[in-house]
Design a protein around this ligand. Structure first.
Ligand code: F6R
Length: 250
């Protein structure tokens, strides 16, 4: 990593399984330290195995999640919460239903609400009122986005609505069974990411190898939003061996 980066911890795991177990344990550690922690967890393919391990471990060890609050990281604008491609649906399916999270502890964006922008101030206020985000878990877009903070967007934003990048739109089809039209996203901003107490970025597989390399080796800038995590005092980047394949000093 370039010299200016003394903050981000990089960990490479031999398998996605080991990465997922470690990440799930980090979430459990945060809840153990602070039972009423505020979590902000990504959707998408990267964290699925982590959430499976988390649910298994929470059930096995009877970890109390009843006081944990969850805030949304992002959502596709115009997509119903009942659409299996929505972030809302994903989080209920993988986490909230199996963990029996109370609706009052769930604070997500709704892609259908109008005007969509109204939710930005509400979400920022909700997070503030709960004392901030304790742990944020993000995936890594092939274009370097985190949440829906696309390359070139403003680093000073908290929650905002954004036109999705071409690469994000191309990649989005894997989440949808139908041809749901997609154009914009609503997302917490880089400011919200940097204000979170702890941030974990996870990346798996050879498809992420190039952007993992750029995230670690390119200068910090909004051309690759994920590089901003290198400024964070408590950030971790957990990647599997395939995603780490292009790194120079493994
Ligand atoms: C999803 C999100 C996105 C994804 C990213 C990687 O809530 O915020 O930034 O994390 O696009 O997606 P996957 O994990 O499907 O490769």
């Amino acid at each position: 990593m370039p010299k200016e980066d003394c903050h981000m911890e990089l960990k490479i795991f031999n398998t996605p399984e080991l990465l997922a177990k470690h990440t799930a344990n980090k979430i459990i550690e945060a809840i153990t330290q602070k039972p009423n922690a505020v979590l902000c967890l990504a959707t998408g393919h990267s964290p699925v195995l982590t959430y499976r391990h988390l649910v298994e471990e929470v059930k096995r060890s009877a970890i109390d999640f009843s006081s944990v609050h969850f805030v949304g990281l992002d959502e596709w604008v115009g997509v119903k919460t009942t659409n299996p491609g929505s972030c809302h649906y994903f989080l209920h399916q993988h986490l909230f239903t199996p963990l029996k999270i109370k609706p009052s502890n769930i604070h997500l964006f709704n892609g259908l609400e109008k005007p969509i922008e109204k939710q930005c101030a509400v979400m920022t206020e909700t997070i503030k009122n709960m004392g901030g985000i304790d742990l944020m878990l993000v995936g890594l877009g092939k274009n370097g986005h985190i949440g829906f903070n696309e390359p070139g967007c403003d680093e000073n934003l908290s929650a905002h609505v954004i036109s999705l990048d071409k690469i994000t739109l191309q990649g989005s089809r894997k989440y949808f069974h139908d041809d749901t039209p997609l154009e914009k996203g609503i997302t917490l901003g880089i400011q919200s990411v940097l204000e979170s107490n702890q941030v974990i970025l996870v990346a798996n597989g050879v498809k992420k190898a190039e952007i993992v390399k750029q995230t670690i080796e390119q200068p910090i800038s909004m051309n690759i939003p994920a590089t901003m995590l290198r400024k964070h005092k408590q950030s971790h980047m957990f990647v599997d061996a395939k995603a780490a394949k292009k790194l120079e000093n493994q």
